[in-house]
Design a protein around this ligand. Structure first.
Ligand code: NAP
Length: 262
């Protein structure tokens, strides 16, 4: 990665929302570090985007559920000449209730959704603050506004990301660094091809609830440009978030979800 070029690092860039961030940022002229665990996918995307946009792109394989993986990505960030944008996007779901699901998998979720974004942000900020430039996008979820049975740690970790982003934006915004919590609703990605891990097949939710990765990422980058701290893409999702903020969804969810299951 060359000095003087804008560089973005995207975690979870091997599919879905992360791969789309890589595509749209390449279109904006960023050099890219593409993180994930599936190195073959990352290498193919890096080659495609370098050829299409004349940018530099390199894959970076690391498991963010383990300390060594988080440390490796943090070290790569610290070694960069300058990082323009960090996108903390890697994430996954768990398709079972808290008491039934394997506790090790839930601890991994806490590492990927909370510990990794916190550590990577901490690694990225000193150089951004010194330059009074750059920013961080944390991919949370509409679930951050809710407390849903069956998604206990998913909602809790995404709520952490939302609050973390809002508080951090308050700290570093006046020092020239932008922070955004991106809170998408249902988005068509590989996440939902894995019902056993909490994915919702498109047939299990009405068509009008679904958004595309291109619309989600375009909304995020537009909001980032104007310094908006919380981005909920789509009018329907903004309405859902507004209702959820009243607490109504949390009061109704246990009855509704358990009735649907029985
Ligand atoms: N799709 C939705 O409806 C939706 C809605 C709201 C929020 N989100 C959030 O959006 C983000 C992206 O999800 P997506 O929908 O694009 O799903 P996806 O297509 O399954 O992509 C998930 C990405 O996260 C990476 N990842 C997962 N576990 C990892 C680990 N332990 N270490 C490193 N990387 C890991 C995956 O890479 P590898 O498999 O190569 O490691 C993959 O690139 C997630 O944080 C998700 O919670 C999604």
């Amino acid at each position: 990665m060359a000095v003087g070029r804008r560089i973005a690092l995207v975690t979870g860039a091997s599919s879905g929302i992360g791969a789309e961030f890589a595509r749209q940022l390449a279109g904006r002229g960023y050099d890219l570090i593409l993180h994930g665990r599936r190195l073959d996918r990352l290498a193919a995307l890096a080659a495609e985007l370098s050829a299409a946009h004349g940018i530099a792109a390199e894959p970076l394989a690391a498991d963010l559920a383990v300390e060594a993986g988080i440390a490796a990505v943090a070290a790569r960030i610290s070694a960069l000449p300058e990082l323009g944008l960090l996108v903390n996007n890697a994430g996954f779901g768990i398709g079972r209730g808290f008491a039934e699901a394997d506790v090790a998998g839930q601890a991994e979720m806490l590492a990927v959704h909370m510990l990794a974004p916190m550590r990577l942000s901490h690694a990225a900020l000193p150089a951004m603050l010194a330059r009074r430039a750059g920013g961080i996008i944390n991919v949370a979820s509409l679930a951050a506004f809710m407390a849903l049975p069956g998604n206990v740690n998913y909602c809790a970790t995404k709520a952490y990301l939302l609050t973390f982003s809002q508080a951090l934006a308050g700290e570093v915004g006046r020092r020239g660094v932008k922070v955004q919590a991106l809170c998408p609703g249902f988005t068509v990605t590989e996440f939902h091809a894995r019902p056993a891990q909490g994915g919702v097949g498109p047939d299990r939710a009405p068509r009008w609830l679904w958004g595309s990765v291109s619309a989600v990422v375009a909304a995020s980058l537009r909001a980032f440009d104007r310094g908006q701290v919380v981005c909920v893409p789509g009018a329907v999702n903004r309405m859902i978030a507004a209702v959820a903020r009243t607490g109504l969804v949390n009061r109704l969810a246990p009855g509704v979800l358990y009735r649907l299951e029985s």
